[in-house]
Every structure is written in structure tokens, then in C-alpha cells.
Design a protein around this ligand. Structure first.
Ligand SMILES: [Zn+2]
Length: 208
């Protein structure tokens, strides 16, 4: 049994966009960083190995330009990375929509579930801080900066994870509220976020 579940855990998935049928390959780790990943204070991470990549909370579809939640994608195939790349040559890795597309997505969706809203708002936060296009928008587009801050304020009221809430407080300069939330937390990440809050640093940083 253990072997079987190990095998299932190593299976990559081919997902189809529910709107247009474009196909994407998703890594078996999903949203969990591996031991080797570079982790940031906001929970974003980068895998340093080509066979592994972060599954975004919402996948950006390059064909229909909409995003879809991985759980909403139709499962087309499962298998090893090698098998799937042989069978689906040129298949794209699932990546998040761009910061600009996420803003449009938030504005365009009238009916949205709480989990969808959290997914879009978290990916927007990450796209703004961890992509070149996002950082450029933060540097030169005042409307985007306002939207980005409003997005963080909405996100903090919707997520239940204390670390994420503390990090949003820190990034928005509310250092006391950040430290209050982390009082009883001695985990590495909480300690480092607390240290930066004490130093009144609001920038995203890499967890050591
Ligand atoms: Zn699509």
C-alpha cells in the first residue's frame, strides 16, 4: 500500500482549461514547497529543480486569457513527467495569470466563491512582488499600487492563516499588529517575520 501511495504522489497531471480546452501539466507537489525550495516571507516559493514547480492557486490560461482553479480543470491524464511529456509534446507548465490579468479577473467576476477570491487575491499579491511585470506596475502605476494595497486589506480579512495575516500586517507597515499575532509562535518563519517587524522592515524577504 505504501508503495502505491508513493507512486500516486509522484504522478503529474494534465489538466484542461474548462473554458477553452487548453492543456497544462501540474506537478504532484501542488502548493507545498519541497525542502530544496527558496521560500519567501509571504509563502511564495520557487523550486530549484526543473521537474518540480509551484502549482498556482489559480492557473492562467494563455489561450482564453482567463484563469481557472486547478480543481476546476478537467483531468485528462496522470503519469510520470517523462510519460506525459512524450504523450503531450509541447505541453505548458501550469503558471499563474499575470498581475494585470488578475486585476481584470477580480473586477470581471461577479459571482465568486470565498476560496476563489482568496486564490486570486493571493496570486495577485505574489505576481506583484515576485514577477518583473508586477514589480514594474508597483513602481510606476499609482492605480495599481492603490489596488494592490486594497487587495491586501481584503485578503487579510479572508485568510485564516496567522502567519499570512502577520506578514500582510508587516508589509503594510502595521508592525505592532504583526508582532501581536506572532507572540506565541516560535517557528522559524514566524521568528524571522517578527525580527523584520521589529526592525520596521516592510519588504518581502527570503526565509533563511
Ligand atoms: Zn482557457
Amino acid at each position: 500500500m505504501a508503495l502505491k501511495s508513493d507512486k500516486q504522489q509522484n504522478q503529474y497531471t494534465v489538466l484542461e482549461c474548462p473554458e477553452c480546452g487548453e492543456q497544462y501539466i501540474v506537478s504532484p507537489r501542488g502548493n507545498l514547497p519541497s525542502e530544496a525550495a527558496t521560500l519567501f516571507s509571504d509563502g511564495f516559493f520557487i523550486e530549484n529543480d526543473d521537474s518540480n514547480w509551484r502549482t498556482p492557486l489559480i492557473i492562467g490560461c494563455v489561450t482564453c486569457e482567463l484563469g481557472f482553479m486547478p480543481q476546476a480543470g478537467k483531468v485528462i491524464a496522470k503519469g510520470s513527467l517523462y510519460e506525459l511529456l512524450e504523450k503531450y509534446p509541447g505541453i505548458k507548465k501550469a503558471t499563474p495569470p499575470t498581475a494585470g490579468a488578475l486585476v481584470l479577473d477580480l473586477r470581471a467576476r461577479t459571482k465568486i466563491s470565498e476560496s476563489e477570491e482568496i486564490a486570486i487575491r493571493r496570486e495577485l499579491w505574489y505576481a506583484a512582488l515576485h514577477t518583473e511585470k508586477g514589480r514594474a506596475l508597483l513602481q510606476c502605476n499609482k492605480k495599481f499600487v492603490a489596488f494592490f494595497h486594497q487587495n491586501l486589506m481584503r485578503l487579510i480579512n479572508r485568510v485564516s492563516d496567522t502567519l499570512l495575516q502577520a506578514e500582510i500586517y508587516r508589509q503594510t507597515g502595521a508592525f505592532d499588529q504583526c508582532l501581536d499575532l506572532l507572540q506565541n509562535d516560535s517557528e522559524t518563519m514566524a521568528k524571522q517575520i517578527g525580527q523584520q517587524a521589529n526592525a520596521k522592515n516592510s519588504m518581502v524577504f527570503q526565509i533563511e
